[in-house]
Design a protein around this ligand. Sequence first.
Ligand SMILES: *[C@@H]1O[C@H](CO)[C@@H](O)[C@H](O)[C@H]1NC(C)=O
Ligand SMILES: *[C@@H]1O[C@H](CO)[C@@H](O)[C@H](O)[C@H]1NC(C)=O
Ligand SMILES: *[C@@H]1O[C@H](CO)[C@@H](O)[C@H](O)[C@H]1NC(C)=O
Ligand SMILES: *[C@@H]1O[C@H](CO)[C@@H](O)[C@H](O)[C@H]1NC(C)=O
Ligand SMILES: *[C@@H]1O[C@H](CO)[C@@H](O)[C@H](O)[C@H]1NC(C)=O
Ligand SMILES: *[C@@H]1O[C@H](CO)[C@@H](O)[C@H](O)[C@H]1NC(C)=O
Ligand SMILES: *[C@@H]1O[C@H](CO)[C@@H](O)[C@H](O)[C@H]1NC(C)=O
Ligand SMILES: *[C@@H]1O[C@H](CO)[C@@H](O)[C@H](O)[C@H]1NC(C)=O
Ligand SMILES: *[C@@H]1O[C@H](CO)[C@@H](O)[C@H](O)[C@H]1NC(C)=O
Ligand SMILES: *[C@@H]1O[C@H](CO)[C@@H](O)[C@H](O)[C@H]1NC(C)=O
Ligand SMILES: *[C@@H]1O[C@H](CO)[C@@H](O)[C@H](O)[C@H]1NC(C)=O
Length: 504
Amino acid sequence: MSAKMDSERSTYGAIAGTLVRPQTASASASTATVLLLFAFVAVASLQIATWKPFPRWTSVTGNRPPEVSESAAAPEDPRSCGGFFEGGAARRKAVKSIREFGGVGDGKTSETEAFRRAVRHLRRFGESGGSQLNVPRGRWLTGSFNLTSNFTLFLEDGAVLLGSQDPEEWPIIEPLPSYGRGRERLGGRHISLIHGDGLTNVVITGQNGTIDGQGKMWWELWWNRTLNHTRGHLLEIMNSRNILISNLTFRNSPFWTIHPVYCSNVVIKNMTILAPLNAPNTDGIDPDSSTNVCIEDCYIESGDDLVAVKSGWDQYGINMAHPSSNIIVRKVSGTTPTCSGVGIGSEMSGGISNVTIEDMHIWDSAAGVRIKSDKGRGGYVANISISNIKMERVKIPIRFSRGSNDHPDNGWDPNAVPTVKGIFISNVLSLNSTKAPELKGIEGASFEEICFKNFTILGLAQSAAWHCELVSGYANGVFPIPCPEQPGWLRALLSMHENEHDWS
Ligand SMILES: *[C@@H]1O[C@H](CO)[C@@H](O)[C@H](O)[C@H]1NC(C)=O
Ligand SMILES: *[C@@H]1O[C@H](CO)[C@@H](O)[C@H](O)[C@H]1NC(C)=O
Ligand SMILES: *[C@@H]1O[C@H](CO)[C@@H](O)[C@H](O)[C@H]1NC(C)=O
Ligand SMILES: *[C@@H]1O[C@H](CO)[C@@H](O)[C@H](O)[C@H]1NC(C)=O
Ligand SMILES: *[C@@H]1O[C@H](CO)[C@@H](O)[C@H](O)[C@H]1NC(C)=O
Ligand SMILES: *[C@@H]1O[C@H](CO)[C@@H](O)[C@H](O)[C@H]1NC(C)=O
Ligand SMILES: *[C@@H]1O[C@H](CO)[C@@H](O)[C@H](O)[C@H]1NC(C)=O
Ligand SMILES: *[C@@H]1O[C@H](CO)[C@@H](O)[C@H](O)[C@H]1NC(C)=O
Ligand SMILES: *[C@@H]1O[C@H](CO)[C@@H](O)[C@H](O)[C@H]1NC(C)=O
Ligand SMILES: *[C@@H]1O[C@H](CO)[C@@H](O)[C@H](O)[C@H]1NC(C)=O
Ligand SMILES: *[C@@H]1O[C@H](CO)[C@@H](O)[C@H](O)[C@H]1NC(C)=O
């Protein structure tokens, strides 16, 4: 930190020391000017020693964000994923090795039939105590296979599953109804390497075994524009509940690595997810139109967002109206040079609410947290809490951005704009960012209650200023000064002092 910055900080501290809170809510025209000035001083103050707590979330106004139902399973221990996975650690009745189904494990023989045969055999234990398929040390080359309910896939120490290099071993399935088409290409999409649909109580775990999608072939198809259908995920679970994915390493997914969609009660814990930093669209974990998802203690490095919360694409997502809610992303660390630690959207048309992002460590990345939306998306992003984030050399710590005209087809509605309300960002330290936050709302949309508290960026060039458009919110203890060019921001800050009871 430069000496210059130190002296600036003490100046702001001195200004902060002169702060007096206005007592009344009804300000006359002349006191309004004073209050505006006050607001400016309050924004300018940084590192105030005592923090006001955030305003309590009251309700989301407007017709789109729904009441969050009370029926959702309440997590028992708020500091871990406990309670999100209800399957328990029950031992499965039938335990078999892939070798018993003809598996060889030499890295050359296709084991696709062995895996499919194994699951066909083990599914019959679903109603009678469940089953477990063990994959021993070795290299197991396989095409796509499906999981079943009340089932554990267990990769022993040294077990490596390798994704087939034959695209026909990743057959085409229907597009997701909330996307209307494949995400990258029209029509159907390649199935994931490991796939589940309509399941309950599935565990994918082991002793740090590896699932390697060998995605290079797919990235090249993407790069050289010869991809016929949207790439498959490494693991996709659809329409399912009670899913636990833990203690493994996933690498080189062709596309997004772990994709729970239309699911509830999903725990993803203690995972290592790796892809080359330039591998296209190799997101780590993408909870999509899913509820009660807990992602904890994961290390992720990839060519796209470490975690991206989604809920469908334009008119298809709006029509399906299947939100993502109650999502926890905690103790996730990693790097993605061109994308974000956590992305929200850009596909968010079914709505995203009640997301907690905390205890993250992100380095050498393009953005820390990024909210992406666009005209045509509709939907909402509400009640997002982002706290205790440490960033190093992250280009822009917080970014709200508009999309790049990325729509499924011409049927999107230009009047469908998102509602963004209640983004609480606190206790963030970003070292050596190159840009201050960039908060760009969308014309005709409302971006409000964007709240920053105890938010510090150090090592910025002096010329680096916040960039805010069409957003409003509150700030307390923020350095450098937020949104200096944004009168709306100051007005909102003013109303924060007018409604002091809301703030405490
Ligand atoms: C899974 O196991 C539970 C408890 O034994 C049982 O009630 C349920 O029917 C099973 N589900 C399937 C799909 O086999
Ligand atoms: C796996 O499930 C999908 C549907 O979810 C189905 O289309 C596909 O045929 C199944 N594959 C196998 C090998 O059973
Ligand atoms: C995390 O997973 C590794 C294996 O990948 C295991 O050795 C370790 O004990 C796990 N840690 C916790 C806290 O469960
Ligand atoms: C698991 O294996 C990966 C590489 O395959 C390694 O990077 C990671 O540190 C291992 N995790 C544990 C807990 O041993
Ligand atoms: C595109 O990449 C694939 C996979 O590596 C390769 O088989 C194919 O020949 C490439 N096509 C062109 C036109 O370069
Ligand atoms: C894409 O389609 C072309 C033309 O049908 C075919 O030759 C090629 O093998 C297909 N590529 C993949 C990866 O399926
Ligand atoms: C991960 O592995 C550790 C060590 O074997 C074990 O204690 C723990 O229960 C496992 N965690 C999960 C969530 O599977
Ligand atoms: C929102 O998420 C938090 C943390 O996961 C949870 O405790 C709370 O019950 C959720 N709120 C609602 C209304 O579901
Ligand atoms: C907003 O999120 C907080 C923290 O996760 C939670 O306690 C609260 O219940 C949420 N409110 C709503 C309306 O979901
Ligand atoms: C402010 O945030 C930093 C992390 O950036 C944290 O260490 C510190 O305790 C926070 N201060 C307060 C008063 O919460
Ligand atoms: C930040 O930049 C300074 C000056 O280049 C350097 O000394 C310091 O190590 C950097 N810190 C981090 C966390 O990158």
